[in-house]
Design a protein around this ligand. Structure first.
Ligand code: ATP
Length: 138
């Protein structure tokens, strides 16, 4: 039997996932990692991209994730994300609009903090479109 670990993926609005997992793939500031049961405790920042959860039932759950952090403990692994959406819940028109808005703002003169915010908004919109496109191809 595959080893499992307890996982919760939470957003300020709702729990996205709570249950047993076989693996968790996330992108951190150091790159993409797949965590399995028994990993040493660690805390890491999570960057905008996609998250993949494999369950003991053989299900693969892929979702868009916004920035957050991961806390891997002996008993429980928690991922705290600003936003997390299944591909079918992503509103493509909204993401396209957000992308267009961010690109437009990035073309204008702006402060460093505005620039950072707009870059982040663009990264979220592009990651949403990418996760949603993968789902549509199935
Ligand atoms: P927007 O400018 O369209 O609000 P955003 O990247 O600023 O995009 P977030 O701050 O990441 O939005 O998310 C705010 C809330 O809206 C979260 O609950 C998130 O799940 C939801 N959300 C944002 N964009 C989308 C989308 N394209 N499809 C579905 N839900 C979305």
């Amino acid at each position: 039997m595959e080893k499992v670990f307890n996982l919760e993926v939470l957003t300020p609005e709702r729990p996205f996932f709570e249950g047993e997992a076989v693996s968790l793939t996330v992108t951190t500031t150091d790159g993409q990692f797949t965590f399995l049961a028994g990993h040493a405790p660690i805390v890491m920042p999570v960057v905008v991209g996609s998250i993949v959860i494999k369950t003991p039932e053989g299900q693969t759950i892929e979702a868009f994730n916004s920035e957050g952090f991961l806390e891997l403990g002996h008993e429980l692994t928690s991922v705290y994300l600003q936003a997390c959406e299944r591909p079918e819940d992503i509103d493509r028109l909204r993401a396209e609009e957000a992308k267009r808005r961010a690109e437009e703002r990035l073309r204008q003169r702006q402060s460093m903090s505005e620039y950072t915010q707009n870059k982040m908004a663009l990264a979220r919109a592009m990651a949403r479109l990418s996760v949603s496109a993968k789902y549509r191809r199935r």
